[in-house]
Design a protein around this ligand. Structure first.
Ligand code: PLP
Length: 347
């Protein structure tokens, strides 16, 4: 099949670029002696996870239990879920998954630890739990003062195993906190199996945080316009584009594409909703659900109605979750049609 046989909007994955991204990140981790655990929330596709494992990854990460269920069903069974599992239903579901797979979760408070212990006890099993350590992004993460108490609580429970420390993102700025946590745990006589860091930007600085033993990275597999904007990659490293059609050209400068917020996702970078590869000077300044509003005033030429363009999205992980299929392409040939199997698995 040729890409022009596809209807627009369609999400294309340039296979040469994706394969290069996979190889490059794996080589980076290998050279640093880091175990690599790609975060599959970016693509939600077991076939792509399989390529990452074949390249040398030790396992995968999923953000939610239901997402992990899709990957275990596809035969991938070493999964980290770096997320607080809250509530008896979710904990029971996690325990089900962990009975037959190597699942590691994280926790940053005692309520989550108690819920995990209860679910594990009910199944006469052990659940692997890391302590999520606070970082500069101020999302989840226990403050340094609580790390030993949480680790002790996990360690002391016969149905839980203390599996180490988890941080996100593991930028060098967080290194002193990791060092402090390791020192405190050492003084308390608690062994730390693993220090798991993550983030596509942080991966570029992983050599500056030698305490890390493992890295979870997601966006790197496709990259996106925000990765370019942050200086992590170049446009040539972006494997995902949305093939879209010019459907209207109401004024000399206003051009409308058939891809709106339900296709490109609503994220913005540098005041734009992505980059049109064929017209990099154009700006996607606004999205309706099914329309992209573009300003072509800075472009030398204007597109024709019916012309196809390719948009590098701002946030690739959200785009995957909006589509039934991603198309793996080499040049203009469609080599793979992947159902986004974990699409909508957000609970
Ligand atoms: C806990 C956790 N680990 C790893 C990642 C992967 O980060 P990135 O997509 O920047 O590689 C994320 C992304 O949000 C995350 O939340």
């Amino acid at each position: 099949m040729n890409i022009h046989d596809l209807e627009t909007p369609s999400v294309l994955i340039d296979l040469d670029r994706m394969e290069r991204n996979i190889a490059r990140m794996q080589e980076r981790c290998n050279s640093l002696g880091l175990a690599f655990r790609p975060h599959t929330k970016t693509h939600k596709i077991p076939d792509i996870a399989r390529m990452q494992l074949d390249a040398g990854a030790v396992g995968i990460a999923c953000q939610k239990v239901t997402e992990a269920e899709v990957f275990t069903a596809a035969g991938i069974n070493d999964i980290q879920i770096p997320y607080n599992i809250v509530g008896p239903q979710k904990a029971a579901r996690l325990a089900d998954l962990a009975l037959y797979n190597r699942i590691t979760v994280s926790a940053d408070n005692t309520a989550v630890i108690a819920g995990l212990a209860e679910a594990a006890r009910a199944n006469e099993m052990t659940i692997r739990v890391m302590v999520d350590l606070a970082t500069d992004i101020q999302r989840t993460g226990a403050p340094i003062e609580e790390v030993v108490e949480l680790a002790k609580k996990i360690d002391a429970d016969e149905n839980l195993h203390f599996a180490g420390l988890m941080v996100y993102p593991s930028n060098p700025v967080v290194r002193p906190v990791i060092q402090e946590a390791l020192a405190r745990l050492g003084e308390a006589g608690i062994g730390v199996d693993s220090v798991s860091g993550g983030g596509s930007g942080a991966a570029l600085h992983a050599h500056e945080v030698p305490e890390l033993t493992e890295l979870r990275v997601g966006t790197y597999v496709f990259n996106d316009w925000s990765s370019v904007g942050k200086g992590w990659v170049t446009p040539d490293d972006c494997a995902m584009t949305i093939m879209a059609t010019i459907i209207s050209h109401p004024t000399p400068d206003r051009v409308i594409l058939d891809s709106g917020s339900k296709t490109l996702a609503a994220d913005r970078w540098d005041n734009a909703h992505g980059c049109i590869v064929e017209y990099p000077e154009a700006r996607i300044y606004q999205l309706s659900e099914e329309h992209a509003h573009c300003d072509f005033s800075a472009c030398e030429t204007r597109p024709d109605i019916g012309e196809c363009v390719h948009v590098i999205p701002v946030h690739t992980c959200v785009v995957s979750n909006l589509h039934d299929h991603l198309y793996g392409v080499r040049g203009e040939t469609v080599e793979a049609v992947w159902p986004v199997a974990a699409r909508g698995r957000v609970w």
